[in-house]
Design a protein around this ligand. Structure first.
Ligand code: AMP
Ligand code: MG
Length: 344
């Protein structure tokens, strides 16, 4: 199959909407990362998402809507009061909510769970595509399973060339990390996956916010996570990654030592550091994570792809603060490092 890469002109959006209605896959930009979309109500189309990504069938998908009228048919009961507050305040935006599901959603979307994940994205191209297709669009990140999520159309092409007919190129993604996933099983919002809508924002809006324990640690033997995606080692770079947390001068001193020792052992190490810390590493090979946690969110997936291109076999990264969007950055970095985090 030939993969076309097109800017989101009205003609390209018309073609994309037709492809979705015909049961084909289209990659499209959202404010979080690029999504790989199919008609969420078409079981066979949804199955082809799993095939194109190599995604395990027990990892459910998020359904994307453009209007509130599209929510009702997907869910089984009225949303909890906290969910209503969050939708009012954060939709459209990078927030996914978990609801009891209706029978209209195929099992392939929810991986057989009795709940469904729904999000209303804010990206104009994503919204235009959903509107024109006239159906909710099920879409995971448009990477091959286990690869960092794509934040540019070029990343999508790297992973999906020849597997899907069309990629809409809307430029780099704004947030750079996948949406915040929240459930309400305890009556209180609980973050299953941190993202652009932060714990602090949710607590402000809904009065309270829990963070699931599995966000910042590996799963225990036999543990069944609330979010099946937590089971899988995502975003894994080819090199072995270790994170270092502490005061920046101490962290830099430790990373310099580790880097130099790795070089002596014949490795090809690479350092991921905040922009302001780069001078601390002298001539050593570094990639910038940007100036702060917000920029780190935008850049981290591209940096992990770059690390592979540079053939780094050992990676050392500075931890960032877990405040605000920093929690999402540390969750992704932590998982890329299999939670190998050292306190300096
Ligand atoms: P992705 O689409 O690749 O960003 O992944 C979607 C994420 O949402 C995965 O981590 C899923 O485990 C999670 N998810 C989707 N549906 C549900 C659900 N019904 N309950 C809990 N987590 C879900
Ligand atoms: Mg993904």
């Amino acid at each position: 199959m030939q993969t076309r890469l097109l800017p989101p002109t009205p003609e390209a959006l018309g073609l994309a909407a037709r492809l979705i209605r015909d049961g084909a896959l289209v990659a499209f930009p959202t404010e979080t990362v690029y999504g790989l979309g199919a008609n969420a109500l078409d079981e066979e189309a949804v199955r082809s998402i799993f095939a194109a990504k190599g995604r395990p069938g027990d990892n459910p998908l998020i359904s994307h809507i453009a209007h509130m009228d599209q929510l009702g048919p997907l869910i089984a009961a009225d949303p909890a009061p906290a969910a209503v507050k969050l939708m009012d305040a954060c939709w459209p935006g990078p927030l996914t909510l978990i609801f009891p599901r209706s029978k209209r959603i195929p099992d392939a979307v929810t991986a057989g769970l009795d709940t469904a994940a729904v999000r209303m994205p804010s990206h104009p191209v994503a919204r235009a595509l959903i509107e024109r297709a006239g159906v909710p669009i099920a879409a995971p990140s448009a990477n091959r399973s286990g690869r960092p999520s794509p934040t540019t159309a070029g990343h999508v092409l790297e992973d999906m060339d020849g597997r899907i007919p069309l990629i809409l190129d809307g430029g780099p993604c704004d947030v750079g990390l996948e949406s915040t996933v929240v459930d309400f099983k305890d009556g209180v919002p609980r973050i299953l996956r941190p993202g652009g809508v932060t714990r602090e924002m949710i607590a402000d809006i809904a009065g309270d916010c829990l963070v699931d324990g599995a966000v910042m640690r590996p799963l225990k033997e036999g543990e069944r996570p609330r979010s099946p995606g937590m089971k899988y080692r995502h975003y894994a770079p080819k090199g072995a990654l270790t994170l270092f947390a502490g005061h920046s001068a101490d962290v830099a001193a430790r990373i310099r030592r580790e880097y130099d020792a790795a070089r002596l052992e014949g490795h090809s190490p690479l350092i991921l550091a905040l922009e302001g810390d780069l001078p601390l590493y002298g001539e050593r090979r570094t990639l910038s994570m940007g100036r702060d946690a917000h920029e780190a969110a935008q850049r981290i997936f591209a940096a992990l792809r770059d690390a592979d291109q540079l053939q780094a076999d050992v990676l050392f990264a500075e931890a960032v603060t877990t405040d605000g969007i920093g929690l999402a950055v540390m969750n992704r970095l932590g998982r890329a490092a299999a939670f190998h985090i050292e306190q300096v």
